[in-house]
Design a protein around this ligand. Sequence first.
Ligand SMILES: [Zn+2]
Length: 58
Amino acid sequence: MAKKKFPELEQRLFKNVYICMRCNSKMRTNLKKIATGKVKCRRCGYKFLRLKNKDIKV
Ligand SMILES: [Zn+2]
């Protein structure tokens, strides 16, 4: 297992990364865009996204 050398950097990397709840593809966006409903999955057009760092297991 790799040590987390840069927690701050990692947080920044994951902060604006969202996962499509249907096809699990990653996209970088921000909460503001999500709140306005402008963001859709590039692959399937699904609107429901979750934060990557929350890592909810289904
Ligand atoms: Zn999708």
